[in-house]
Design a protein around this ligand. Sequence first.
Ligand SMILES: [Zn+2]
Length: 492
Amino acid sequence: MDMHGLTILPGLTDSHAHLAGIGFRELSFNLEGTASVADLKDRLRERAKQGTPGEWLTGRGWIESRWTPPTFPSRTDLDEIASDRPVFLERADGHAAVVNGLALKLARIDRNTPDPAGGRILKDPTTGEPTGMLIDNAMDLVQHLVPPPTDAQTEQALELGAERSVRLGWTQLQIAGNSFHEVDLLCRLYAAGRIKLRLYDAIYGPSADVQRLLAEGPSINRCGDRLTVRGIKLYIDGALGSRGAALLAPYSDAPDTRGLTVNSEATLLPILTQALRRGLQVETHAIGDRGNRIMLDLYEKAFDSVPVKGRPIAAPRWRIEHAQILSPGDIPRFAQLGVIASMQPSHAISDLYFAPSRLGPERLKGAYAWRSLLDTGAVVVAGSDAPVEKGDPLIEFYAAVARRSVDGYADENWHLEQRVSRTRALKMLSSGPAYAAFQENERGSIEVGKIADFTVLSDDIMSIPEADILRARVVMTVIGGEVVYTEPPANH
Ligand SMILES: [Zn+2]
């Protein structure tokens, strides 16, 4: 094929994404870019015109840290607009939600309800009444009442998410936690030719599905050659925005809390040791410096207790997802333990608006510290965490090399010394993720003998001015030699 001087990159891989979530974001009430509480209310008013009283109204995507003032929305804000039906609106990071009075009532949450393990029910300091904000595990108290999507809806979301991903130039997504049921739906979609995107899958746990995976072991090329199930996705803490990330010292802007852990060592360690014996990969969400330290300690404990001769794979390539805030002493431990840091460049340019106030200047030095990790010899891979972020490879590439907002803004607190070279950034989105999926012999670079996965761009992002990177267009996406996306002529 004559590519007429376009730029061909190794097929880009998103190391951390939630495929169904990406699709459901398109299908459901999308609150991305909400500018204020007033804007949230306007959108809710519009949305509430659909549906019937009593029916759940759910949505996702708001981020209060960019509002003035940056305060959480409350049940009263929602009750003013919709009080006759339960409302559940997730923050973009999926680690917090605001619900209305009816939802609280249906979940039987009142002033006397204690915080569940690994979660917080925010309460008004003067009245003691719940504000409607639920953090991490407290969300489940309401969320389990929301009717789950039908299989047809989930299939539609997966198909839409896959379509959107190849359009943006991704050739593989590494799914950060789903279920065997979703894997079965994916296999059906592959068989029907409804999705082309490669997927590398981790099953969410602790759960009955993880027990099943521990019994069955990895499943390489599970249904055709585009889907491998090999990982276990675990969580240790929450997120920074909602102050659920577990920190070693209190939050700089909330001295009464150090965040929370959502699973105990007693729960996690047996999963880790069995995974090692089974040749399964473990990837754990860890945001805070305490969360990261707990997991490095637990991984180390597991490695020590299962000697190499007891493992099908000597180097299990376990991962920490996010590795967002690290105590300086823990940075070299990734390379020492052979733990992959799976990070999201876009989180830095989104979170750096509020991270300085949450963390203070000292801790910020170890936050989103890709370069420090690389300098110690750690493998760092990049992903978008979509639908938490947009899920666009060009934004991830740009964030890694520029560490500026998409409008070019950077603050003196943003630690520009953590920027990486374009070659590094490309590796973080191609050969790195291939290694993180045990696929470095088959894909991740353009070489004779490797699978033909390519991302074709309008411009050479390795050399154009930094500010132009985000203006490059995806012209074609090729997976296994098959053209799965071509830019429509109208866009030229
Ligand atoms: Zn995620």
